[in-house]
Write a protein that binds this ligand. Structure first.
Ligand code: SF4
Ligand code: SF4
Length: 82
């Protein structure tokens, strides 16, 4: 999963781009729910939030480093739950 750092300027552009509805407004800045973020695996070739963020503040979450296979499994779980 990816995460949003405190460099976030709350520009609002990433939230509607997320295919997994993983991005939400937190207490001060936008946040990413690591249980919903597949790094866009299953939907797009590149993480959509990273593509669009004007300040490049969306790195990999060091607490949630996942292989492509794990991300695929998450995508399949999320799809089944829809
Ligand atoms: Fe959503 Fe994709 Fe960004 Fe993860 S990488 S938060 S799934 S847009
Ligand atoms: Fe914050 Fe970047 Fe999302 Fe804008 S696109 S709200 S700066 S994380």
């Amino acid at each position: 999963a990816l995460m949003i750092t405190d460099e976030c300027i709350n520009c609002d552009v990433c939230e509607p781009e997320c295919p997994n509805d993983a991005i939400y407004m937190g207490e001060e800045i936008y946040e990413i729910d690591p249980h919903k973020c597949t790094e866009c695996v299953g939907h797009f070739d590149e993480p959509q939030c990273v593509q669009i963020c004007p300040v490049a503040c969306i790195p990999t979450n060091p607490q949630h480093v996942e292989s492509r296979e794990t991300l695929w499994q998450k995508f399949e779980r999320l799809s089944a739950a829809r």
